[in-house]
Design a protein around this ligand. Structure first.
Ligand code: NAD
Ligand code: UDP
Length: 309
């Protein structure tokens, strides 16, 4: 049985990952400070003999023996990571330093949840892993984008300098059940607004694009990356290449919920990427991975979840 540390394990992606790891007979230590994670998402796991919760802030050192580390601790929604931008940068940079030191001490494999945001407002489309990105270093998204870029740098430096076994994944927009209904992301906002009969907020004219990946597909890709035995350390894009406009997403939510909500156009936040679509040929080749869940099926499951919150 492997002892696996999941930082940010009470968050949206983290709780799905913890469940999947436990279901495959691993012992999971979930580390979280509950900044954006919800206690109710892991409460049912607390009695499980293969699950342990450590309430801790990743910015501070900690000693936990383990053989794998999934580093997910970091707020992911723009309003959340902009709430205390200095803390966001500390979480990414000091957090990964602390986790890399643990990996070094216990010879553990460490996977960093990086992001499509390392490409910023991309000038190459679709984005492949060799593209270095177009990131504003001084804007309102920079605490997140540059924090994640610095974390990738530290991963590679610990690999080259100390031989730590690292894995870097660049996650593109992911959605599914157990998202925080109040996290301010487009999928949760649209669905909650539709279910409550409120106006659906579209920032800008809604022509900006994103590529939405269902969480089960992502977790499968994460685990394939962690466990691959071919020496592939990444970075690798994990996302659904099916690109759509924000307007199209909102219209799908309207159709699936049957809401009478109207669209309400609001100002576009600064530095909001215009286009985003992953090139996943590396993931296909190295991991034999590609998403399988269609947007309509994924949205239906997500809507069913939001009806219960
Ligand atoms: P989330 O906000 O739901 O989860 C993040 C978790 O980290 C929360 O449980 C939070 O309490 C915890 N956390 C935050 N700061 C911490 C700290 N200092 N110490 C300990 N725990 C802390 O976000 P998510 O969508 O589940 O994202 C998980 C990871 O995946 C993040 O690193 C994020 O950057 C990355 N990612 C997510 C997406 C996406 O679309 N969801 C896209 C790209 C990258
Ligand atoms: N967005 C929107 N309405 C909302 C929330 C977000 O139109 O209520 C837009 C946002 O400006 C961005 C896209 O939807 O262009 C995706 O936003 P999200 O916060 O989900 O993710 P990210 O910007 O990090 O890709």
């Amino acid at each position: 049985m492997k002892k696996i540390l999941v930082t940010g394990g009470a968050g949206f992606i983290g709780n799905h990952l913890c469940r999947r790891l436990i279901s495959e007979s691993n012992y999971v230590v979930c580390l979280d400070n509950f900044f954006t994670g919800l206690r109710k998402h892991i409460e049912d796991l607390l009695g499980n003999k293969n699950f342990e919760l450590v309430e801790h802030d990743i910015v501070d050192e900690i000693d936990i023996e383990c053989s794998q580390i999934y580093n997910l601790a970091c707020p992911a929604s723009p309003p959340h990571y902009q709430f205390d931008s200095v803390k966001t940068m500390k979480t990414s940079v000091l957090g990964i330093l602390n986790m890399l030191e643990l990996a070094r001490k216990y010879n553990a494999t460490i996977l960093q949840a990086s992001t499509s945001e390392v490409y910023g407002n991309p000038l190459v489309h679709p984005q492949n892993e060799t593209y270095w990105g177009n990131v504003n270093p001084i804007g309102i998204r920079s605490c997140y984008d540059e924090g994640k870029r610095a974390a990738e740098t530290l991963m590679m430096d610990y690999h080259r300098q100390y031989g730590v076994d690292v894995r870097i994944i660049r996650i593109f927009n992911t959605y599914g059940p157990n998202m925080d209904p109040k996290d301010g992301r487009v999928v949760s906002n649209c669905i909650m607004q539709a279910l409550n009969g409120e106006d659906i907020t579209i920032y800008g004219d809604g022509s900006q694009t994103r590529s939405f990946c269902y969480v089960d597909d992502l977790v499968e890709g994460m685990m394939r990356m962690m466990n691959n035995k071919n020496g592939f350390i990444g970075p690798v894009n994990l996302g659904n290449p099916s690109e759509r406009t924000v307007l199209d997403l909102a219209q799908k939510v309207v159709e699936l919920t049957g809401t009478s909500s109207k669209l309400k156009f609001m100002p576009l936040p600064s530095d909001d990427p215009v286009k985003r679509k992953p090139d996943i040929s590396v993931a296909k080749k190295e991991l034999g991975w590609e998403p399988t869940v269609d947007i309509m099926d994924g949205l239906k499951k997500t809507i069913e979840y939001f009806k219960t919150v």
